[in-house]
Ligand binder design. Sequence first.
Ligand SMILES: *Cc1c(COP(=O)(O)O)cnc(C)c1O
Length: 431
Amino acid sequence: MTAELSEAGARALDAADPVGGFRARFLLPRGADGRSRAYLAGQSLGAQPAAARAAVQARLDEWAGLGVDGWFAPDRPWLDAERELADATGRLVGAHPHEVTTANTLSVNLHLLLAAFFRPKGRRTAILIDAPTFPSDRYVVESQLRHHGLDPERDLIVVRPRSGEDLLRSDDLESAIHEHRERLALALLAGVNYANGQVLDIGRVTAAIHEAGAVAAWDLAHAAGNIQLDLYEDDVDIAAWCTYKYLNSGPGALAQLFIHERFASDARTPRLAGWWGNEPATRFRMAETFQAGPGADGFRISTPPMLSLAPIASSLAIFDEIGLPALRRKSIALTAYLEALIDTLVPDATIVTPRDPGGRGCQLSVRLPDARRRLATLDALDVVADFREPDIIRLAPVPLYNTFDDVWRAASALASTAPESASSDPTGATS
Ligand SMILES: *Cc1c(COP(=O)(O)O)cnc(C)c1O
């Protein structure tokens, strides 16, 4: 591997990359004078598919030319816009098309899913989450508990990594689920953790949650488009994710959700209703009685924003073309390359993300002395990453558009931020 750990080595890996051509499908952020930047921040906001602009423009043109008739236009009615995404979305997360829909944004979808599926009864009133928890998810579950007159002090169970450790042990998670089995109503867990990049075994943990008699809910914000998902096979009850991270659909783009067909296809499944979730054949009769539409679409509430939906189709088309197995193969190689470079070139870095490629997606979370200052230096060197309190830099080489050369640039820039004699001089650790 050592010959590969050089700029020439990175270029050679790029030349041999069978899916390297997909980078040209994206517009990547550049410096003010057009300088290229190594964009390793797709975990926060994915790059823009080059086709997105025309897709949005087409909607604008339809609006201008058709007005209200756009909803029923014979060739491509706006009414079918979410359905058009369902096949590709299903392939991405391992679901049937009728189990997924595109609506709202992620935190809103978590609220809507909990409104339908968190139904505290008798002694079963608790929600279990994993830590580190994305703040919005924590606010969602705490406010849901209060909404039901419950007390998060008592009814929120947070399973954390052991003291002095960064990663959650799956045994600890499963024992906590088992220990609280009589009071657990629902568990909401991260498929890929936003802070440390750890992947949980969704099938195994879902089975443990079901064994405890509770609802298995997954936040897949950092998983969708990053790792292979099999939500139906894994028997997940409900899941939600945004489309602006690894799904590259634009800042604040509409989010997506999954509801297993055993609930989605049952009109009696409770929900907060709006006219867009009504059976399409009768929606515009404006009847007084809500009639649940089929599948996950029956959980929608409002008129979908056409301009925000347009880029999602452009992005999903690229995933379909490349295929998840090829994408994941490159992802594993790209992240392993970043790992090897950091291990070799940045002696004061600690990679907190699991070392096993099966236990992580593309992101590496790296603990560094003086991380905030070093992130600013990375930025000045045209490497885009991000910082999470207190001392973590997150770098996500995204296989759709990042190159081995981007990874080389990021690692060598990181190495150049180290204190002069990082290996022998501990001052960096105390600054
Ligand atoms: C990105 C992210 C969110 C963001 O939610 P929005 O409602 O889209 O702002 C929520 N939860 C997790 C785990 C995330 O990674």
